[in-house]
Every structure is written in structure tokens, then in C-alpha cells.
Design a protein around this ligand. Structure first.
Ligand code: PLP
Length: 399
């Protein structure tokens, strides 16, 4: 059966060029970068090249890139490492209500350990207010952690302005750029970012590898104890094949960035236009201006998003409700809730994310199928314009 993958924000396939560079590091070039003989040097050189490539993609120095097991570890490390190392200066952290769970759950844990966390609101476009950010800062604030771009609705935050507010107050600024990487030009020096999380498997690299950028001169407490790898900051024998793959993926992402942005944006806009032409009562979650190129988050009113996913799956079309991580749980998206979306619209939402292997033909096929699925589901739905889900929920009828 034809497969149409429209969930690039959940993960991406490894590109052939990336796999080709990785393979020798599983077999012939299996050396440990810490070993003091040829096989070790060979591995060490590959490690250094990968580091330089990731550094270049975000405008950092090679020495500022610390490889981790993924975006989750980078987020955990940035927040916990800052909290521990700056505890004597204060116990207040500012973040947002729409962060990835890697960040939110870490903050919740720190709250149990005596830290105060402010979770900033977002507007209906999924953007924070700089005024609320400024008003939230106290003399105890040690960290501002605000994601570069959101994984569910693709909103891109005013990172430059946030960085300058943080700098003015002498507060560290961390940004989760896992979704932004490869989709937005990023330059940490130019933007004034202190800590930045990235991950390989969202940019056509392998799963299980990521990095934390830590600005030169800045030290935060280590998360792992052990050997002296990663300039003594992240213990554990390096995932060399993964790191090599990340490096290659970063190089390709840099080379393709402009073309990627133009192509994917056009395709996404075409997708939206076709859906709106064919299906009535569809809303877009979030604004279209400060948005990731491939992201489209839609409300198919009067239809359950979960049902849409199942029916699309039967046609080989892959998309998700909310984020990949929350799709197995029954609670509605915390991101859509923070944007003020009523619960019934959140339950009717589906996220499509396009990527480098998406074609116009895929979109045409998907739009056709989606149109039929929505028609079918609406024909059996007890809800419509006159009887919406909200009214139903207010009347105690059995759910
Ligand atoms: C995927 C993702 C993460 C987690 O990265 P992993 O490498 O899967 O651990 C963190 N933040 C955002 C915004 C993500 O999309």
C-alpha cells in the first residue's frame, strides 16, 4: 500500500547519505575515540568533524557542542544543570506552558525540589508576550527557558528579543531548538543564546543522539558522572555512528536550508488551500506568520482527531493528534489548551508535518482521502453546526 508520511515533527527517516557515512563506524571503524592508537585517533577525528558540522549549523564554536543521547537529555541537562549550578543565586525559572514534556516534566521535578517556576501564557498564535516575560522576572530568576519553535503548532518565538531581555538582566537563556533546527536559520552568537538543545532524528539523522550548545565560558553542573568524554562534561563512551550521522545530517540541513524552507512552505500552503477548498468548517490552529515551514495543525470540526488518525492510517496516511508523545494518552494537548482552544476543538485537531520527501502528488492523494474520511465521519457524527460538542458536554449526556 502507498504510504504517505506526514509526521516529520515526530521523527524523520535517515537520509541515504547520512546512513552511508554512519555504517563504517559500526564495523571497520569501531574504535573508541579515547583510545591512544590509530583506531582511536580515526574515531576521534570523526567525532571532531561531526562536532564542527553541528557547530556550523547553529553558528557556534566546535568546543561549545556537547553530544547527548538526544533532545530530551539536552533539555534535562540545560535546566537541571543551570538550577544546580546557580542555586545560590536564586531558585526561580521562567518557561512557557507549551514546552515539550522533556522541559515541562523537568521543571515539575525541580518544583518538588524547592524551585519556583513561572509558566508563561501564549496567545492564540502560540506566541509568548515579551511584556509578561519581563514582568515575571524577579531578582531570584536564574534561567529563562523558551522553545525556539513548537512541535505541535510550529509557532516560532521571538528568540532574539527574549535573549536580549535575559542578557540585560544577567539571566541565562536556554532554548529548545529541536524543531527549529534545519527549518529556520539559527545563529546562537548573533541571537545571544546561552544554551540550545538540538536532536538528530528530527533532521534526517539517527535517533538517540542530540547535543547541547553551551556558550563558551559558561559552566553548568554535569548530569552524568563517569569518564572524561565531551570535554569532561558528558560522561559515557560516545555514540560514534550516531554522532557521525548527526554531523552529516547537520551538513546537509545547512546546505539545503534555503531550498528546504521555500519548497516545504509552498507545499504546506498548497495543502492548506486544497483542504479549505474541499472541506468546510476547518480551522487552522496557530498563526501563519511565525510558523515552521512544514507545520499544519487543523481542526476538523465535529470529528474526533483520534478517529481521523485511525481512518487515515487505514489509507496509509500518517499524521498525529498533538505531539507524538501525548498521542497515547487521553488528555487533550497542553499546547492547544494554552492557546485557548476549547476542549472539543482540541479533540478535533490533527497535526500534519511535511518534510523533504513529501511530494505534491502525496498531498493530492492525501487531500482526496482526507476529504472522504471527513465526510464519512461527519455523516455519523452526532455533532454539527447546530449541535456542537461543547453543548453536548454541558448537558450531562453519557460521553
Ligand atoms: C522531539 C523533541 C524533543 C525530544 O528530542 P529526542 O531527541 O526525541 O529526545 C524535545 N523537544 C522538542 C521540541 C521536540 O520536538
Amino acid at each position: 500500500m502507498r504510504e504517505i508520511y506526514l509526521d516529520y515533527s515526530a521523527t524523520t527517516p535517515v537520509k541515504q547519505e547520512v546512513l552511508t557515512e554512519m555504517l563504517p563506524y559500526f564495523t571497520g571503524k569501531f574504535g573508541n575515540p579515547s583510545s591512544l592508537y590509530q583506531k582511536g585517533y580515526e574515531a576521534k577525528e570523526a567525532l571532531s568533524l561531526a562536532r564542527a558540522r553541528v557547530a556550523e549549523l547553529i553558528g557556534a564554536l566546535e568546543k561549545e557542542i556537547y553530544f547527548t543521547s538526544g533532545g530530551t537529555e539536552a533539555d534535562n541537562w540545560a535546566v537541571v544543570g543551570t538550577a544546580k549550578s546557580r542555586k545560590s543565586k536564586g531558585n526561580h525559572i521562567i518557561t512557557t506552558k507549551i514546552e515539550h514534556h522533556a522541559l515541562l516534566h523537568t521543571c515539575k521535578q525541580l518544583e518538588k525540589e524547592g524551585f519556583d517556576v513561572t509558566y508563561l501564557d501564549v496567545d492564540k498564535s502560540g506566541l509568548i508576550s515579551l511584556k509578561q516575560l519581563k514582568d515575571s522576572i524577579t531578582d531570584k530568576t536564574i534561567l529563562i527557558s523558551i522553545m525556539y519553535a513548537n512541535n505541535e503548532v510550529g509557532s516560532i518565538q521571538p528568540v532574539r528579543e527574549i535573549a536580549s531581555i535575559a542578557k540585560e538582566k544577567g539571566i541565562l537563556f536556554h532554548s529548545d531548538a529541536v524543531q527549529a533546527l534545519g527549518n529556520v536559520p539559527i545563529n546562537v552568537k548573533d541571537l545571544g543564546i546561552d544554551l540550545l538543545s538540538v536532536s538528530a532524528h528530527k533532521i534526517y539523522g539517527p535517533k538517540g543522539v542530540g547535543a547541547l550548545y553551551v556558550r563558551k565560558g559558561l559552566t553548568i553542573t554535569n548530569l552524568l558522572q563517569g569518564g572524561g568524554q565531551e570535554y569532561k562534561r558528558r560522561a559515557g563512551t560516545e555514540n560514534l555512528p550516531g554522532i557521525v550521522g548527526f554531523g552529516k545530517a547537520a551538513q546537509l540541513a545547512g546546505e539545503n536550508l534555503d531550498n528546504h524552507i521555500t519548497t516545504i512552505t509552498e507545499l504546506r500552503n498548497y495543502f492548506l488551500a486544497e483542504i479549505q477548498k474541499r472541506i468546510p468548517d476547518v480551522d487552522v490552529n496557530g498563526g501563519m506568520v511565525h510558523r515552521l515551514p512544514g507545520n499544519l495543525n487543523l481542526v476538523f470540526n465535529y470529528v474526533e482527531g483520534e478517529a481521523m488518525i485511525l481512518y487515515m492510517d487505514m489509507k496509509g496516511i500518517y499524521a498525529s493528534t498533538g505531539s507524538a508523545c501525548s498521542s497515547a494518552s487521553f488528555s487533550a494537548s497542553h499546547v492547544l489548551a494554552a492557546m485557548g482552544l476549547p476542549v472539543e476543538k482540541a479533540y478535533s485537531s490533527v497535526r500534519f508535518t511535511l518534510g523533504d520527501f513529501t511530494t505534491k502528488d502525496d498531498i493530492d492523494f492525501a487531500v482526496n482521502e482526507i476529504t472522504m474520511i471527513v465526510e464519512k465521519l461527519r455523516s455519523i457524527s452526532p455533532f454539527d453546526k447546530e449541535h456542537d460538542m461543547e453543548t453536548a458536554q454541558n448537558c450531562n449526556c453519557p460521553a
